[in-house]
Design a protein. Sequence first.
Length: 94
Amino acid sequence: MLSAVVFNNILYGIVIGFEMPVRLVWLREIITDKKHITSAIGMNQLSANSSRILGPLLAGILSKTVSFEACYYTNVVFNLLAVFFFSLSSIKGN
């Protein structure tokens, strides 16, 4: 069990290492007004860091009140919602 947790954390670190720079480049493509780019980057970082606090909090509550499986199912639902909302967005080409 411990080796699976270690493997998942290593894999997560690798994915985030590629995902965050891509997200910042994508953010620059979305924000057309350059005076709002610093606010957009700040809000992006706020959402990323608040999810690091709220995610484990919600997982602790769910695992204590329901089950560990509920944590994984909740994570799947939120990831699918994120994919759905990203698929709705469009970036205009130059």
